[in-house]
Design a protein around this ligand. Structure first.
Ligand SMILES: [Zn+2]
Length: 239
């Protein structure tokens, strides 16, 4: 048995045996790891509070045959504001849930870890009508699904782009029309999110284009999750 230590974000947990829980962690260097927190359900131990979903922790783990065991946990960043605001809490939980669903065990995903910790940190400090949508677009993009925004998916036309097709992953011109109508401003916001101008996107207030980007993000994430689960071939009952 060996002991290792890493930074991690808690993605979720489920009951295990009489008094334990298996905590699903996205670690910075080892990817998604499932580890047993022993006795966590029996005592009113403070370790339980540190292992709530979304917690950003520094964790010591002991390797086991099937599951690792959690030795020690230290909170890196308490997310008090996030946890006390219902809407932000909902957004944060949607983020960790999506990450949990698309990430296979034990496959290092350091970029995803960084995007997730940044998003949770941002959400704890301030709110933005585009944070969850931006996070979903980044997530899809990290997985190789960056939408095509500069030319029509079908005919490569670069003008009159006014439809977005989630299944095909990109914009369509007025002639090829497929998917749902999208405004020029919404396409521009998508370019900001995916093209390194995230801060500008996050500073936007509620508006119709912002709403369009949000709605498309939810749809795109759903389609992506479906594809991902199909490609994994199995549905994990612990998701
Ligand atoms: Zn076209």
């Amino acid at each position: 048995m060996s002991v290792y230590r890493d930074a991690a974000v808690v993605l979720g947990s489920y009951k295990f045996g009489e008094a334990d829980r298996v905590v699903v962690l996205l670690t910075q260097n080892y990817g998604k790891v499932r580890a047993v927190a022993k006795g966590i359900r029996k005592t009113k131990s403070s370790i339980g509070a540190r292992l709530e979903p979304m917690s950003h922790v520094d964790v010591s783990l002991r390797t086991g045959r099937d599951l690792d065991t959690i030795d020690q946990v230290r909170l890196i960043e308490p997310l008090q504001v996030l946890r006390s605001d219902f809407d932000r809490l909902r957004q944060g939980l949607s983020m960790v849930e999506a990450v949990n669903k698309i990430t296979p065990d034990r496959e290092p995903v350091p970029h995803l870890f960084e995007v997730l910790t940044r998003a949770l940190h941002f959400l704890n400090q301030q709110s933005s009508p585009l944070l969850l949508a931006s996070f979903f677009w980044r997530l899809i993009s990290l997985e190789g699904g960056t939408p095509q925004l500069d030319e029509c998916v079908d005919c490569n036309e670069r003008e009159n782009l006014c439809y977005f097709d989630v299944q095909q992953g990109g914009v369509h011109c007025g002639a090829c029309r497929s998917g749902v109508p999208i405004s020029e401003s919404a396409i521009e916001i998508l370019r900001w999110i995916l093209g390194g101008r995230m801060n500008e996107a996050l500073a936007l207030e509620e508006s119709i284009p912002v709403h369009e980007v949000n709605r498309l993000a939810m749809e795109a994430m759903e389609a992506h999750l479906e594809r991902r689960l199909k490609s994994l071939g199995v549905f994990d009952r612990h998701l």
